[in-house]
Design a protein around this ligand. Structure first.
Ligand code: CU
Length: 183
């Protein structure tokens, strides 16, 4: 009886331990530490690459790791050359090149990170926005002329007319007095 109980409790404890380990490992799988462009950021010029630095228990295995960047229509805008950043000795940084001259808009970076240690795969996504100032300026500038004269001229025209009238009357009086003097 004691032996059976012992065995059962060992199995029970093993299951609990396994569950705890699984949960522990799951929460420690690769996650983003930082990125360029940063998640949810807006950049003023089109980036030429996306770099993602991961926080993970082991180096990343490039065979199962990738960055895929898509535009708002879902079209892929990266060059499919995801690689480990050679400058990161920890092998926790992925880099992918982007097509040149990306248009203004919001882009999605979908990442997949395969861990060398336990072969676990983590994935997720984040967005960044390209908003070049030059492409934004013309819109508000085009609206301005249609509104300015209406309100501005409406107030200043009567004043201008009044001022012109005063000047004309003044000039007329001056000319009349001069003519009167001559005669
Ligand atoms: Cu893991």
């Amino acid at each position: 009886m004691i032996r059976v109980f012992h065995r059962t409790s060992m199995v029970f404890l093993s299951v609990i331990a396994l569950l705890a380990m699984t949960v522990g490992i799951a929460s420690a799988h690769a996650k983003i530490k930082s990125s360029e462009p940063a998640a949810d950021s807006t950049v003023a010029s089109a980036p030429t690459q996306v770099k993602v630095v991961f926080d993970n228990h082991d180096p990343l295995d490039i065979s199962g790791s990738s960055l895929v960047v898509t535009d708002e229509s879902g079209a892929v805008v990266d060059l499919g050359d995801t690689a480990l950043d050679k400058n990161d000795a920890d092998r926790l940084t992925l880099v992918v090149s982007l097509k040149s001259g990306l248009a203004n808009g919001t882009y999605t970076v979908k990442w997949t990170a395969l861990s060398q240690g336990d072969g676990s795969v983590a994935e997720g996504s984040f967005k960044f926005t390209v908003d070049a100032a030059a492409a934004v300026t013309p819109a508000p500038a085009a609206e301005a002329p249609t509104q300015l004269p209406r309100t501005g001229a409406g107030d200043s025209l009567p004043m201008m007319a009044l001022f012109s009238g005063v000047v004309l009357i003044g000039a007329g009086l001056l000319i009349r007095s001069r003519l009167a003097r001559v005669n």
